[in-house]
Ligand binder design. Structure first.
Ligand code: ZN
Length: 451
């Protein structure tokens, strides 16, 4: 799959998040083959040395939740300054006009933006399948492969439109048989298994308020039969809790359990409004939480109980969420937001910079069901993010690792995915960024004009 890659020593980083990697790592094929502690040198012959003495080395960051298409409706005036439900109903009518050419550009832009922020594994939750978007996931697979980024793509779905009392317009909902058939087709066509997978497919009904109970149950059954993961939005707002109580006579987590989803196969976006008993049940089940701090603050949704969830046993990862709520797709910036909101909720000593880096790497990887990414251990994939501190914002910083979060790192200098450099000197490899920005901007204008 890959052309020959040289054995490379990423030598003596200025700092790293892994105290056992202070002399760097050696990468070969698509993997890390050696992790070197202080004073150690490689035991294998190396073809190349990358001098990392001006770089802070992290495992490639892993994003766990996004909606790439929403990069086309950032800072959209009619939807500004609203809470989740009115925000959604305003935007559904715009998103209903999306086509595949627009989605391709939105996906490319989002993946490039994530890569430039140090993210090596992107995730997307695409759930708008109008007639013009039947091949949305196929388009995203093609884009991820072209960019050489690892991708966890989730086949979203909506089956309850306004005619059935749901929020989305009828033109973007599908019947359950079509959703399940298409999900099966995508898993069979694209889902890779085992270490080093570049593309994985998961099943992702949008949220309790946009799909039927049957579809929740059938999706869980199909995921089990095909051994793929499950993803959805849950417990994002108090509105949702009230909605579930009114419609199903139970709280969101009870509904999740009732439909066969409370397991370690599942990771949930947001996961904010859980009581103590629910936190403990999630932890016991090993259900993951994609913490989306910027989105939660922009929409005023609430603060995720990250520490209690992690202590209970749930993997906790980070996510930028859709660009229409969080507006940016920058996972480095999201780490800073997670640190700030975490300290507001808990205390500075409980949410250290190291804890947040763990969420963005190992925690996120665990949400996606993976141990082959998210770290710098020998045997793991060679997914690396290297940041330089030669911008004014870092000047005078004593602790380089802490500086990434405290001073606000937002752009990696170098990013490697499966041993291949995908960002060099802060720019994506093999991408004409100027042209991409122009085409993406035009696509966004075209979409707005369609309303
Ligand atoms: Zn979302």
């Amino acid at each position: 799959m890959h052309s020959h890659t040289p054995t490379t020593w990423i030598r003596q980083p200025l700092a790293t998040s892994d105290p056992a990697a202070t002399a760097g790592v050696v990468v070969q094929g698509s993997r890390i083959v050696e992790k070197l502690g202080a004073g150690q040198v490689p035991s294998v012959a190396v073809d190349e040395v990358f001098d990392a003495s001006r770089h802070v080395l992290l495992p490639g960051l892993v994003n766990t939740h996004h909606h790439f298409y929403q990069t086309l409706t950032r800072a959209y005036s009619p939807a500004l300054n609203k809470e989740l439900f009115p925000w959604l109903t305003t935007l559904y009518d715009v998103w209903a006009h999306l086509d595949e050419a627009q989605l391709a550009l939105a996906s490319e832009l989002a993946m490039v933006e994530l890569l430039m922020s140090g993210c090596t594994t992107v995730a997307d939750h695409h759930y708008v399948f109008s007639g013009a978007l039947e091949h949305a996931i196929d388009v995203q697979v093609e884009t991820a492969n072209r960019l050489g980024v690892r991708a966890a793509l989730t086949r979203g779905s909506m089956s309850v439109g306004r005619d059935q009392g749901g929020l989305p317009p009828q033109s973007v909902v599908q019947d359950e048989a079509t959703i399940l058939d298409e999900s099966t087709r995508l898993i069979d066509a694209y889902h890779q298994r085992g270490d080093g997978a570049m593309i994985t497919v998961a099943l992702a009904p949008c949220s309790p308020f946009s799909v039927s109970r049957e579809l929740m149950i059938d999706s869980a059954r199909l995921a089990e039969a095909k051994d793929v993961r499950l993803h959805t939005h849950l417990a994002e707002t108090e509105d949702e809790t009230h909605y579930c109580q009114k419609l199903f006579g139970m709280r969101p987590l009870d509904y999740l359990e009732d439909t066969g989803w409370l397991s370690d196969r599942t990771w949930l976006a947001h996961g904010i409004h859980f009581n103590d008993d629910e936190v403990s049940r999630l932890g016991k089940a090993g259900t993951g939480i994609a913490h989306c701090p910027s989105s939660n603050m922009v929409l005023g949704s609430g603060m995720c109980r990250t520490l209690e969830l992690e202590a209970a046993g749930s993997p906790v990862g980070l996510a930028v969420d859709g660009s229409a709520s969080a507006d940016h797709s920058n996972l480095a910036e999201e780490m800073r937001q997670a640190m700030l909101i975490g300290r507001l909720r808990y205390s500075p000593s409980q949410v250290r910079h190291q804890d947040v880096i763990r969420w963005a790497t190992e925690g996120s990887a665990r949400c996606l069901g993976r141990t082959d990414i998210g770290g710098l251990d020998a045997g793991q994939q060679a997914d690396l993010a290297l940041f330089r501190l030669d911008e004014p914002r870092f000047s005078g910083a004593e602790n380089p690792l802490a500086a990434l979060l405290l001073c606000g790192a937002h752009r990696a200098d170098r990013v490697m995915v499966a041993s291949r450099w995908r960002v060099v000197d802060g720019l994506p490899v093999d991408v004409d960024l100027g042209s991409l920005l122009a085409r993406h901007g035009e696509a966004a204008a075209r979409l707005r004009q369609a309303v």
